[in-house]
Write a protein that binds this ligand. Sequence first.
Ligand code: GAL
Length: 401
Amino acid sequence: MKAINNMVKCTLLSLSIVAVVCWGSQDISSSKQKQSSLEALNAFFPSKLWKDDNGLHINAHGGGVLHHKGKYYWFGEHKVAGKAGNKAHVGVHVYSSENLVNWQDEGIALKVSDDPKSDIIKGSIIERPKVLFNEETGKFVMWFHLELKGQGYKAARTGVAIADSPMGPYRFLKSVRPNAKRLPLNITETEKQVFEQIQQGIEVPKQIKANIKGYYSLSILARDYEGGQMARDMTLFKDKDGKAYQLYASEENQTLHISLLTNDYLSHSGKFIRMYSGGQDEAPAIAYHAGQYHLLTSGLTGWRPNPAKQYNAKHIFGPWKKLNNPTQGVNPDNGFGPEKTFGGQSTFLLERQDKPGSFIAMFDMWRPKNAIDGRYIWLPVEFVDGGMRITWQDSWQPIDF
Ligand code: GAL
């Protein structure tokens, strides 16, 4: 009897061990399944499909990355399929990662609204969202380019939202045209005289117009002085001293503004510069490296790629110096080299936390006919002769750069 009892006990024990093992292995295998799509990614594959932990192509276009407490958070435009995806139907998507290669879907950080009175109603345009953490307030602050529903790209506004945790949910606060009734800090005496003449409706002599670099752009600055400046493609930058800046394409995309935000990062301080008058820069991305600020931009051809541009400066408020096109090499998928930025457009310069001083240049390959299929090009940045150099790689591992 004792022997039988022992046998039963033994069988029960081994069954439960098997059960535990099986249950355990099932758990492992399902996480392995998730992992397997991740395991394939020990490297970056620019311009290819890039799968998240669910096996879905990452949906965070025109994005930016925040590093907070050992994790990276990638925020970007959530696109839907087809042309409809060029408008905001869902909101701003967020992903998290510890190694920059494998990303976990964390859902929608900022949702579009159903309220017709809201600036961020479904069907508006929300582009290029970026997030900073404010040490003083303990809040996460998101800014983005906003176009009001039904107005195309006419509104040229920027929106701000706030959250208590990096992944949100973010609460929309307001949208603005920045720096109303403020003059740029770097306006020259001649520009100021002309600016005043334009404002007073005085016809500016042809000769003076011809001598002012970016006259048309200056006339838009004057036009928008009362109501606030236009703000389209944008990025954010937090400086070493904790001050934050927003960079945005202004003056009908003719001139990029660099604007200091208030200490809480929720408004524009009124202090701003025009980065390069009439330079026609958009898609700004900025980095600070070895005593210099580096700025990456594109020209103005909408969704179609054009040559990347770069500038550097010792102070964020300039003067900024234009350097050569930083890109080199060819993307074999489309045959595009530096004349078309590999088929991409800049969106962010990301500093690696495992290698401070090392940056990744992030670009979007837009697919406006099927927006959700837009691809990403992430490439390492080298600093050479005071400027950036970004060389095409079919694939690359963080360890090698
Ligand atoms: C691009 C811009 C994108 C989007 C697009 C619309 O130049 O960088 O963010 O606004 O134009 O045509």
